[in-house]
Design a protein around this ligand. Structure first.
Ligand SMILES: CC/C=C\C=C\CC(=O)SCCNC(=O)CCNC(=O)[C@H](O)C(C)(C)COP(=O)(O)OP(=O)(O)OC[C@H]1O[C@@H](n2cnc3c(N)ncnc32)[C@H](O)[C@@H]1OP(=O)(O)O
Length: 284
């Protein structure tokens, strides 16, 4: 039975509970519209993940979508069609209109990047419809689990735009084949759970959403038993390594660990290994 997390009860479109110590389970909570996102939601998403990032009582996060039908159907296309940005922007000339639109896109990108920047590992469970913005979000997560029967698509070309909130930037870094990335991004064709696993986009396929959440919570629980200094450092260094040459990554790692090797957690972990006990680590 999950317990409530009062600090996160004020979010209108996300329900956050704690299924086990140190773990937050965030659910996108707009199932009647297949968890499609309007602006208030992505602003809430940023605020929520920024808060989780520095919450020392949380060590790992699970992200899923409420309802049986969708992780998310992506951008709320009804709300979006009336926004200034998709109506061509406001301003006296093209430069001023472009500046407004650019700022809007950058802010939207930042909201999704809040998941990647969250200091705690984020595991997402994709089920049902996972279109467009859902893939942008999944790409920003650290681990992806998918339920059999899921229908994923980098849908943006179907609504007339080049994806601009992260899929085109992150998907090539999540999977090995640029040919496959181009195929799904250029065509917006759907792909399923098995294909997502075959190309390496997800690390496992599970029977259904419930099983996915169960496995995600179990994985989040295992991560939470480790030193938070080690876990948060590992996320930071892996994300840095993804975007930099090996030489730069090695230098960054050395600098990062010149502080973090001084942690008490190493002594505690080594002691527990020798004594065959479970280490306890202070909050971070
Ligand atoms: C600046 C740009 C930045 C970011 C861009 C992101 C791009 C994207 O996310 S692209 C993807 C956009 N999403 C879509 O194109 C999906 C649109 N929806 C559908 O095609 C269908 O709803 C479906 C997902 C195939 C499911 O069809 P069906 O099983 O027939 O269910 P529905 O009755 O259509 O849906 C139930 C209910 O949800 C509402 N809804 C579904 N998707 C959206 C959506 N994306 N935006 C807003 N509302 C959505 C749908 O209208 C229904 O609502 P009712 O009130 O029951 O009518």
């Amino acid at each position: 039975m999950a317990s409530s997390l009062p600090a996160y009860s004020g979010y209108k479109h996300f329900q956050t509970t704690s299924p086990a110590p140190w773990i937050a389970h965030v659910q996108i909570n707009r199932p009647q519209k297949l968890n499609s996102f309007h602006e208030e939601m992505w602003l809430e998403l940023r605020s929520l993940f920024n808060a989780l990032s520095t919450d020392s009582s949380i060590r790992s996060v699970v992200l899923s979508g409420a309802g049986d039908r969708a992780f998310s159907a992506g951008l709320d296309v009804v709300a979006a069609s009336t926004t200034e940005t998709l109506q061509g922007g406001k301003g006296a000339d093209v430069a001023r209109r472009a500046a407004g639109i650019r700022r809007h896109i950058l802010e939207f990108q930042e909201c999704i990047s809040a998941i990647e920047k969250c200091e705690k590992p984020v595991i997402c469970v994709l089920h049902g419809i996972s279109y467009g913005l859902a893939v942008d979000i999944a790409c920003a997560c650290d681990v992806r689990i998918v339920a059999r029967g899921a229908r994923l698509a980098v849908k943006e070309v179907d609504i007339g735009l080049a994806a601009d909130i992260g899929s085109l930037s992150r998907l090539p870094k999540c999977v090995g084949s640029m040919s496959w990335v181009k195929e799904v991004c250029l065509s917006a064709r759907e792909f399923g759970a098995e294909e997502a696993e075959r190309v390496g986009f997800v690390s496992r396929v599970v029977e259904d959403k419930e099983k996915g959440i169960e496995e995600a919570v179990k994985l989040a629980g295992l991560i939470a038993t480790k030193s938070p200094v080690a876990v948060q450092g590992t996320k930071e260094i892996l994300n840095h390594a993804r975007d930099h040459p090996v030489e730069d990554s090695l230098r960054y790692t050395a600098i990062w660990n010149s502080a973090n090797l001084q942690t008490d957690d190493i002594k505690a972990a080594l002691f527990s290994t020798m004594k065959k006990t479970k280490p306890e680590f202070a909050k971070l």
